[in-house]
Design a protein around this ligand. Sequence first.
Ligand code: GTP
Length: 902
Amino acid sequence: MVKKRVHELAKELNIESKDMLNQLNKMGITVKSHMSTLEDNEIVRIKNHYQSVGGGNIVAKSAPHKNEKHGGFKTVSNRDRQDRGPGLVDRVPDRPPDRVFTEKTIGSFSNDKGRASEPRFQRQDDKPKNNQYKSSQSRSNQTRGNQTGSSQPKSNQPRPNQPSGQPGRATADRNHAPVGNRTAANKPEQTRGPVSTFRDRNKVGDYNRTTGQQRPSKPFDRSNQGPRTGSGPNTQAGVIAKMVQKSMPDQVKALEKNKAQERSKQVEKHAFKGKDTKDNRLNKDASKERSFKSGSNRRFNKGPQKKSQPAPVVEKKPVVIGDTITVKTLAEKMRINAGEVIKKLMELGTLATINQEIDADTATIVANEMGFEVQVKVELDKEAQLMMKEPEDDAENLRWRPPVVTIMGHVDHGKTSLLDAIRHTHVTASEEGGITQHIGAYQVEHKGRKITFVDTPGHAAFTAMRARGAKVTDIAIVVIAADDGVMPQTVEAINHARAADVPIIVAINKIDKPGADPEKVKRELTEYNLVPEAWGGDTIFVEVSAKEKLNLPELLEMILLVAEVGEFKANPNRAARGTVIEAELDKGRGPVATVLVQNGTLRVGDFIIAGVAYGKVRAMMDYTGRRVSKAGPSTPVEVLGFSGVPPAGELFYTVEDEKFGKQLIDERFTKKREEEFRLSAPKISLDDLFNQIQEGQVKELNIIIKADVQGSVEAVRQSLEQMGNSEVRVNVIHGGVGAITESDIMLASASNAIIIGFNVRPVENARNAVETEKVDIRLYRIIYDAIEDIKKAMSGLLEPEYKEVVLGRAEVRKTFKVTKVGTIAGCYITEGKVTRDAGVRVIRDGIVIHEGHLDSLKRFKDDAKEVMQGYECGITVERFNDIREGDQLEAYIVEAVKRELA
Ligand SMILES: Nc1nc2c(ncn2[C@@H]2O[C@H](COP(=O)(O)OP(=O)(O)OP(=O)(O)O)[C@@H](O)[C@H]2O)c(=O)[nH]1
């Protein structure tokens, strides 16, 4: 048996989805909503339940419909809408979509005399006309009969613009279909008479009450669905029994399948959605067609016979949709009026406009309901396809790869010296003397095993690369000078490594120095949870001297040990991917990128992409400068052949299909351009008006006024235009009475204007246009509020006043005189921060001896945009070299102050 959603099963059993949800919960079957899928054993259980209760529940629930007073349908459906809240919804809400009139009381049946069906749906204004239906036999019998029929979800929905005399075709449906099914006691004749009358009424206003004949108005007329479930006596029990019987073998089969797997499989393979309802749907469809052709009376007179007729299958091409689809497109694909689709969505509990996107699930249900099969094809963009081409490697394909190590630590603690010492002492004999260049990363060999060192400033390796999602480093070595101890950047390095979840090895350097105190360093580090193994911790400490080349083999030994534990592996036999370590534009060679291959093997001739840079690998050089034809995992190489300079930290991939690679790059380019365009496109809005003015983009504010009366338009126009002055001009480019229309939006977009509405709202088309045109619409009820808002926004149009804001203070701890550069102040930020673009005051003994601008701000050897409190940095002051130790530097900026209009 194919799995079903709750609402489908409810429909099948002529039970309200809501009731079924309740019942499912009572039976301990947890379902979230009517959209939830039921397992086959659950379907069997619920069917058994309803079979055993014989529909009594259903009667009780649906009975209330009968007493629905005039306008009952509309009332209920409106309430439902309110429950869902205003606005548009994309997804089918949790409420049962198919039955919305369930909350009425059965008590209202007490006065019914005729068939339950008729009075139940009778509107007050219809009563006199339909009195004949009121008289009938005992309520219980009727109720039952009626109830059973009431399960057709569609029938419950209010029909917009339905004539008042037509209580709704839903009623009619409910009444018949189930009648036969429910109770053998029901007499077909009883059902038939009034039911047909109702149908007629519902479908064609002028055709109804008098004739007692029924004519389907359109193929999807819900009234036709009743007989589908069988209208003869004794049928219901049989039907359910058959269904139960049928479900048994399937149940076992279905249980073997995992629900989630099933779903994902469906998506991946673009499986047909809603297939499970296909048969029903086609039958339903066929049933509709049939009843349409067969004429009114025939259906009722020969209801039971119809059931036995083979359902003619209506062949329809599957509708192919993506992840989402707009109502309009869906309607077009089905060649059905969009209004019908919207109506169907409403019946299912979703309010949607013609241009609104609905998800594939909702679209599938709607299309199924309308007799169409749906094929969901999720179009993956190239980026996603690229990721799909990056499968996880099977364990048996993984091979040991060299660990990638980064050295970090406080300034002057010996990072460079340590790297150099390792490099020069541990290059293999064949490479000796071959080191001709520096490419930001290199390898050494120890006991036959390679180690890759990434020679970029530690923090850059972690921050810039991590920001791009790259994880380059396997092991972090934190260098601490034995004579200096833990310093701010030591802590920073530890935190970086921890954030990247990288194992740390502590190298206590400069142990050759007389003042070296490794034990003190160890003690200090315990504060940061780095405890030596000898002290019961799990951090590896190695005491080294870069200068004297002491214990370097031990350090390498430890690196290999950690690598062994970490099991750093990769698959060399696959397309290469990795990270750009650094890149530059070389005058002679063009773009040159140093990349670290992290998986696979990169070969000359491979098509490589990194960001929006791409190209065929023309040549590769290893860290010694020698040309190589391939580079395996953890190998740093210089790559020639890129079309542009990829940024450091960018991930690179090789793609076999060059065409695919170029399409991917095109896609990236487009996205990049769109993003740039989006960011650069100046669309005026009250919120960012001030900023736009500051950038000098806007000197006048264009406004469109729409109001409910002309008087308001004029009043606002005058108030606003008076607001301007020599610096600011308000320009009311259009004013009018009535709702805000699409053309208002277009005008606003074209003239970069803001729309102000008083007691008016945008029409639907306008709302859609706002989305695309990104026009700012402000809706008000009170003119004063509008004027206040505009006034505030316009304050930004005035020349701003300025005030000074102190950003932070630094203490000069050391000065260095450098030829051609001047005096560099080695500073420690004591308060706030210092930014590169800040103004600076040099204060000596409380006296400002100089005021100017920063010339340079550096951390380590790198330019910094800002340096925060607690860190050290190097500062030079523009045209001022008389900086001395002990001076205070005060960094400040000048900020514009918003000025209110008078
Ligand atoms: N005595 C001694 N001096 C060392 C040792 N290692 C480095 N130095 C000295 O310490 C100073 C700083 O060394 P660098 O290697 O430049 O330190 P760094 O951490 O790379 O410095 P920045 O790159 O500026 O952050 C240099 O003068 C080195 O000669 C060592 O093991 N023993």
